[in-house]
Design a protein around this ligand. Sequence first.
Ligand code: GDP
Ligand code: MG
Length: 166
Amino acid sequence: RCGYVAIVGRPNVGKSTLLNHLLGQKLSITSRKPQTTRHQVLGIKTTETAQMLFVDTPGIHGGEDRALNRFMNRTASAALAAVDIVVMVVDRGEWRDDDERVLRSCVASNAPVLLVINKVDLEDNPNAILPSLQSLADRADFAALIPLSALRGRNLDVLETEIVQR
Ligand code: GDP
Ligand code: MG
């Protein structure tokens, strides 16, 4: 089995950190500074049963004013054109206009969307994200909602299992 998986989301939610952890190597540059990823970064993960081609994308965001922003938005949207699965990454429950914009691109791709709620390690009480999970679930017909920590590598196996099952 093999599949093409796009990792999308607004800047700074942890897309590149997630890709690196899934692949077990520092392939994509991560940074506190938004807009570090400016091009598509491809990575292939091979397991005993599956081969997954991941593409990390620049964050999709509202600023269309600067040429760089336009370029980055176009690059991210192009990655969605021919995917089997979309992994949309958000910051644990904090939903912004840019997330809405990303969601619209995801839905337009017609591929199943797995919603990753990242940075759960920043929450002292794991139950604190439950109400926001419910409101996220109501926003679209997600194939799955997966809270995880890309930085600490928590719950990544759940994401991998969801990807391989599709
Ligand atoms: P991208 O712009 O979506 O690719 O985001 P990056 O992967 O570059 O990460 C942006 C910032 O968030 C960096 O400082 C990361 O170390 C941090 N970050 C990413 N994932 C996590 C996480 O699961 N937990 C915490 N606490 N920080 C994270
Ligand atoms: Mg990045």
